[in-house]
Design a protein around this ligand. Sequence first.
Ligand SMILES: Nc1nc2c(c(=O)[nH]1)N[C@H]1C(S)=C(S)[C@@H](COP(=O)(O)O)O[C@H]1N2
Ligand SMILES: [Mo]
Length: 255
Amino acid sequence: MMNEQIKTDEDAILKEADGLLKDPGKRRLLGNVLTLGGLSLATGVTLEHYGSVKKMLEAVSRFNDGAQALIFNPAAMAHEYTEADVTKPFPFNAFYAKSKAPVVDPATFRLELSGKIADRRPWTLDKLYGLPQTSQITRHICVEGWSAIGKWGGVTFSEFLRRVGADTTCKFVGFKCADGYYTSIDMPTALHAQTLLTFTFGDEILPREYGFPMKLRMPTKLGYKNPKHIVEIWVSNVYPGGYWEDMGYNWFGGS
Ligand SMILES: Nc1nc2c(c(=O)[nH]1)N[C@H]1C(S)=C(S)[C@@H](COP(=O)(O)O)O[C@H]1N2
Ligand SMILES: [Mo]
């Protein structure tokens, strides 16, 4: 029932957001404040309380990153869907056209680790594929006004961080990508049970344009916080920002 409520709210929010997003001024505002279903998921505050998306967004805009982090509930779980709900074809999005997605050679690829991590030895793809794998069907929400449901599979990120001896008392986990993209997340989200370092999409090796060789998948965060084509992961207490975040998008970007 609760999950149905969230789904309906997300759908309604996205529909109205789509209209608002056509106005560049409002779009900039939305970039800063839009946390959609994620925020209602954490707070239990749904669209019903506000009557309109505009009013809800105004309320949401009063939250800054710090306030969002404070209300983030590590135990709140995003809704999981069934195979029948999966969106086909799944939309592609990046700061460039699909044909420009980076080409990564699986044979020579190494995932680099840096910062406050005890074992910083690089990882081959085979070694990563050998980690305990799980999968999840969740909704990806993009601030540009669309959402889609997909199935991603990989290792629970907290398990990966534990294995490499990441200092989980640090504030941030950062990501560098093969296409020059970068982003960073808060440690509580990195350790969230639904945060996965994924290698598959729809039960197949992650296709090139959807993030090969790996994508960090967080159903509690907006699309731009979910890095594709990850080539380096680092842990730090120094505020790291991100590609869109450095242009003014909200850093917390989620529930
Ligand atoms: N490396 C990289 N990761 C990225 C992006 C990007 O441009 N480069 N775009 C982000 C945005 S804004 C979205 S909505 C999703 C899109 O993922 P998809 O192509 O699987 O739909 O990837 C996110 N991660
Ligand atoms: Mo996005």
